[in-house]
Design a protein around this ligand. Structure first.
Ligand SMILES: [Zn+2]
Length: 457
């Protein structure tokens, strides 16, 4: 079964008006999951999403959870055919940034530049994949395409695990494709196959009931901030970033040479990286080393040290307590449980008075770097965008991905459509027709590739 390219080109061209109309309607619903005052808008978003799926000819339902619902639906045309689930989310980040040049929830379409909060993260990509599925169905491709649209992604997917337990509404597919990631540079498709995990911790130390005068008590009094800094220094080498917690690196799987080579083909540039994040200097300027460090190596980061005096000048107190806020980014095969246990044990040995509390936890994810599904993504991206994608890892975490992997144990692939300039989580977010139309073609080809697969598990 090969796709009729002319028909696909024509389909994409005639779909443009409808795509723009629907994207506009979706963007104008301010589905900010972080803001409790927007809960009605999240409901409206779910209702509209269900309507869009059914209007395009699929079936759809709103799956309730203890939080916001999940919208599930799509086309099941044959039980013996492979089933692919496309994951996107339809909740968005808040949009209070003063830099917005337009009303963030009023859709603006300027010659195929689609401005508005959620346009690229992740409503535009969701809709692009949906239009592709509609084409696949019209072509009678022997594949079932299901959609899973979450409404709590931006708040860490707190009810997604429970939602997936509803096997009737959300059946286990043969594979998953996630479209919620960003290329490294325009014109160079880059698809992740791995994500880092995360474990946060608060280290608190109280050595007295109130702050004391350093002239009267200093020398004899313990200083909790100094003691916390001592522990921080024992955990990480500030110059190199090397984590010094015993056993921390034990389970780390090093990236292969082929992986590093692929990272370097992604369009990553140290100079652009520095500019984008406003860095004056880095720990290293070697691109292979930078990409390895941000995508495939674990970290120990210090986010804050509180306690003592923060006002103008110097107030000579001996603080009575302090708090050190840290986190560790983790890579396969580390686990947040073990990383926390190692930290806890080490701190207890260094300074038994310090209390260590866990905060937030995400497992790292590693999909396949090669194999039949990766080949499908490779061919699909090439067909949609005219260029082979580079396979990279992401330094951040997407909780829902790990949840799906645990629940279904099926291959999870990524086909992201967003560009760095689209402004993920930033003011003046936009999406564009170039990425949308390329995305429709790429997804249509992806579905066709999957339909050809003999052994889909
Ligand atoms: Zn997103």
């Amino acid at each position: 079964m090969t796709l009729n390219h002319d028909q696909l080109e024509r389909y994409v061209a005639v779909s443009r008006a409808r795509f723009e109309d629907l994207l506009g309607q979706m963007v104008e619903i301010p589905s900010v999951s972080m803001d409790p005052a927007r809960s009605n808008d999240i409901r409206r978003m779910a209702t509209m999403a269900k309507q869009v799926l059914t209007d395009l000819g699929g079936e759809a339902q709103i799956v309730e959870t203890d939080g916001y619902p999940i919208v599930a639906g799509g086309w099941t045309t044959g039980p013996d055919q492979p089933t692919v689930t496309v994951y996107n989310h339809l909740d968005v980040q808040p949009a209070q940034e003063p830099e917005w040049k337009q009303e963030p929830f009023a859709f603006k379409n300027e010659n195929g530049i689609y401005g508005g909060r959620g346009a690229t993260d992740d409503k535009g990509p969701a809709l692009s994949a949906l239009f592709a599925a509609r084409f696949a169905v019209e072509q009678d491709l022997p594949i079932n395409v299901r959609f899973l649209w979450e409404l709590e992604e931006e708040i860490g997917s707190p009810h997604f695990t429970d939602g997936l337990k509803n096997r009737e509404a959300i059946p286990r597919p043969n594979s998953v494709i996630v479209s919620d990631t960003i290329w490294i540079a325009k014109g160079r498709p880059a698809m992740p196959y791995g994500l880092r995990g995360l474990i946060g911790a608060r280290l608190t130390l109280r050595t007295g009931s109130k702050d004391a005068h350093s002239g009267v008590t200093g020398g004899a009094a313990r200083n909790p901030l100094a003691e916390l800094m001592d522990v921080a220094n024992a955990c990480v080498n500030a110059k190199t970033g090397e984590v010094k917690i015993p056993g921390f690196y034990q389970d780390v799987v090093q990236p292969t040479k082929a992986e590093i080579k692929s990272f370097l083909k992604s369009g990553f540039q140290v100079k652009r990286f520095k500019e984008a994040y406003g860095f004056h200097s880095l720990r290293t300027d070697d691109p292979a080393e930078v990409t390895r460090r941000i995508w495939a190596a674990p970290t120990f980061e210090i986010h804050g040290l509180t306690g003592g005096y923060h006002g103008p000048g110097v107030k000579t107190v001996v603080p009575s307590h302090g708090e050190l806020k840290v986190s560790m980014r983790l890579v396969p095969n580390q686990t947040p449980e073990k990383a926390f246990a190692l930290l806890n044990k080490y701190v207890a040995k260094l300074n038994p008075d310090i209390k260590v509390e866990r905060e937030g936890m995400l497992h790292p994810f590693k999909g396949s770097f090669d194999g039949p599904y990766v080949e499908c993504v490779r061919r699909a991206a090439k067909a949609g965008f005219g260029k082979e994608p580079a396979f990279i890892r992401e330094g951040g975490s997407i909780g829902a991905v790990v949840t799906m992997q645990k629940a279904w144990k099926v291959p999870i692939l990524f086909l992201g459509l967003s560009l760095p300039e689209h402004g993920y989580h930033a003011p003046n977010e936009y999406f564009d027709w170039g990425q949308a139309s390329g995305g429709m073609k790429a997804f249509a080809h992806y579905f066709a590739e999957l339909a050809k697969m003999k052994d889909f598990g």
